[in-house]
Design a protein around this ligand. Sequence first.
Ligand code: FAQ
Length: 314
Amino acid sequence: MEEQISHIEFQQRIDNGEKIEPKDRMPERYRKQLIRMMSQHAHSEIVGMLPEGNWITRAPSLKRKMILLSKVQDEAGHGLYLYSATETLGISRDEMINQLLTGQAKYSSIFNYPTLSWADVMVIGWLVDGAAIINQTMLARSSYGPYSRAMIRICKEESFHKKQGYEMVATMAGGTPEQQEMVQDAVNRWWWPTLMMFGPHDNDSPNSAELIKWGVKSKTNDELRQSFVDRHVAEAHAVGLEIPDPDLKFNKETGHWDFGEIDWDEFWSVVKGNGPMNRERMKARREAHENGRWVREAAEAYARKQRLEEEKAL
Ligand code: FAQ
């Protein structure tokens, strides 16, 4: 009964628009859902460094290299920020990393596609960061204080990432026929995987209703996907690029762009670990974790030594 009352009180706080903070009482299921979503978000930021990181040594100019280095570093920062925010829910970073490396935790499907040309880096900035902002602007209003505050800061950086991506896309789309072909090819390969980032259709999304009830999400997967399409179709057309969807059509009645059906078999295959780059991505993360072992051990040894010295001084 007490648990029931606290559920009602909790729901009232959510409905009043109050933020839930780490030491507040919360239903166990709310805590678990946040750990699932936030840790997967953190993993996505870290795994998401790999496709673009692949091009740092091959950037076409010093300026582009510096921008890409900063962007990839920003993604690392987002990951660390989100791991810290998730730790406030009572899970350790070790446990989260272990869940990623053993395949218990997911990360965004989008990062399991290869970056075949420099144009892919531009299109990731424009489309993938563009999708991330639409989703994360909503999450900046989420009911969990540490997540919503992390999102406010992260969105500012993602917004810069998107602008630099679109600037590169616009530059290349206005270039030679070969450059135009290269950027169109990248759009053709990234468009559909980007639409998949928003998750399954609302009818097939087991978590949405609960997350919306608890104010973690305030829009559904399909609503966010539609906002993305409306915004990015206009941006593509403004620089002379085509969207690779024969069913794309502006619907005057709804004021939105209607679009074709996503290949859900491909989506679930990627989510289950069978996408083009899933194995390489996990191999890279496992190797990075192993290679960083000495750093973690050295930091722990140093912290122990510091503690001993402090104790001696007392
Ligand atoms: N990939 O019931 P729903 C970025 C899973 S960050 C893989 O609809 P929910 C920055 C889902 O986990 C990108 N799995 O789930 C950047 C669930 O399985 P589970 C990441 C997916 O939570 C840019 C099952 O399907 N952003 O891009 C995907 O209500 C450039 C059923 O789904 C976030 O993580 C997917 N695409 O909605 C970095 C934002 N979609 O966990 C580098 C926070 C669904 O029960 C370069 N997360 N699944 O086993 C969210 O907004 C939500 O969790 C969704 C999924 C929208 C991802």
